[in-house]
Design a protein around this ligand. Structure first.
Ligand code: HEM
Length: 397
């Protein structure tokens, strides 16, 4: 028999310290698999099995009414692949995902490896670095804009825009007016790119225009699909790289294990995004009355799939709060799951792979030189600042 959801007035958006957030997730999981957050009138899905089941059941938990907390933000992402349902979703995704297929991505491998080497060498040339701008953002910024075929202009704004756009997906806060402004910049830029056909030949962006020219999608869909690329492709990967720096600086023995056996890099990437999920979670709307985790959820309610909590669920993982590069948790949910599972994870993994190897080749230790600062962002678990030193290997391997 379904029992009504546990409820709490816990504020999931007031804490910007890591331990505080993890303690909140733990508290929620103990309360139930589905817990009503009274402050935001939303059902948080907290445990691994139920998050995965909600993501799988895309006909009950729909994305077409948006994956954000508020109507304002859902209006901004309307018509994107992220915020659509089949059959429209499948058509849009076929366009967005084509250039991100493993074969297409593998073709860029050498280029990405060279870029990672360049980013690490530039960081090594400095005594101390600011890990977020000098390494975490520098890597995707060296790869993604060229991959998308973007012009040079506005590249310096892409992170700020994407951060604001992602933060806007959470509840209203004092940052909302500014986030709306930043989201407008990104939307206007994508309209300009499509209208002026400013995307380099052979790029992912040019493929979107070509799909419209061929009548596969209506031409007015192009800006939304460019938002699908620009929104989630930079900050997510930068977030994972930021966590790489902090996690290994805090656990030098794990860095040594990886240096002794670089074949563990793929496993380390999975463990990194399980342990510190870059995206806390997106929402869905319930299409009809349903039951999830034994809890009835009415039609029209919003749920929040807490990927970050599922990835630490003690019911699923042994020693969930331990970071272990040998664990290889293939079924983590950091890239989502099911119909909307991350279309760009092949590129993200390749960037992370290349960067890990470039660092392993020449960095003996990663040392924090100050306290890293968490960014105030409702949907991303990311860093504002990471003061760090890369201690160079004396005789490179
Ligand atoms: C570590 C890096 C990344 C993480 C953690 C990540 C995470 C995610 C997650 C959790 C979703 C699912 C959203 C949902 O269920 O509503 C998603 C979707 C998506 N991601 Fe990523 N992402 C990353 C990198 C990228 C990159 C590099 C690109 C593009 C080049 C990209 C493009 C997309 C797109 C287009 C979707 C929408 C897919 C759909 O709705 O069918 N992502 N991502």
């Amino acid at each position: 028999m379904p029992t009504s959801a546990a409820a709490t007035d816990l504020d999931l958006f007031e804490r910007y310290d890591r331990d505080g957030r993890l303690a909140q997730y733990r508290e929620l999981r103990e309360l139930g698999a589905v817990v009503h957050l009274d402050r935001h009138d939303i059902y948080a899905v907290t445990r691994y099995d139920e998050v995965r089941s909600a993501l799988e059941n895309h006909e009950t938990f729909i994305s077409g009414e948006g994956v954000a907390f508020t109507d304002t933000a859902n209006a901004v992402i309307r018509r994107t692949t992220l915020a659509s349902d089949p059959p429209e979703h499948d058509l849009l995704r076929s366009v967005v995902a084509t250039g991100l297929q493993p074969r297409a991505v593998r073709g860029r491998r050498d280029e990405i490896v060279a870029k990672a080497r360049g980013v690490v060498d530039a960081a090594l040339a400095k005594e101390e670095i600011e890990g977020v701008s000098d390494l975490a953002q520098a890597m995707p910024l060296s790869v993604i804009p060229d991959f998308l075929g973007l012009p040079r202009r506005n590249r310096e704004h892409l992170f700020e825009w994407a951060q604001g756009g992602t933060d806007l997906l959470g509840p209203v806060s004092e940052r909302t007016p500014r986030n709306i402004e930043l989201s407008r910049c990104i939307a206007e830029f994508t309209v300009e790119l499509a209208e002026r056909r400013e995307l380099a030949p052979g790029s992912l962006g040019a493929d979107v225009l070509a799909a419209a020219d061929a009548g596969v999608i209506p031409p007015d869909k192009c800006p939304a699909l460019l938002i699908d690329y620009l929104g989630p492709s930079l900050e997510t990967t930068a977030t994972a790289i930021g966590h790489l720096l902090v996690t290994f600086a805090e656990r030098p023995e794990q860095w040594r294990i990886l240096r002794d056996d670089p074949a563990l890099v793929s496993s380390a990437i999975n463990e990194l995004v399980r342990f510190e999920s870059p995206i806390r979670g997106f929402t869905r709307l319930t299409a009809h009355d349903t039951v999830l985790g034994g809890v009835p959820i009415p039609e029209g309610a919003r749920i929040w799939n807490l990927l970050a909590s599922a990835n630490r669920d003690e019911r699923k993982w042994e020693r969930p709060d331990e970071f272990d590069v040998r664990r290889n948790p293939l079924d983590h949910l950091a890239f989502g799951y099911g119909t909307h599972g991350c279309a760009g994870q092949g590129v993200a993994r390749l960037e992370l792979h290349a960067l890990f190897h470039a660092l392993l080749e020449s960095v003996e230790r990663i040392e924090l030189t100050g306290e890293p600062v968490i960014a105030e962002n409702s949907m991303l678990n990311t860093w504002e600042r990471i003061p760090v030193r890369l201690v160079r290997e004396r005789s490179p391997r």
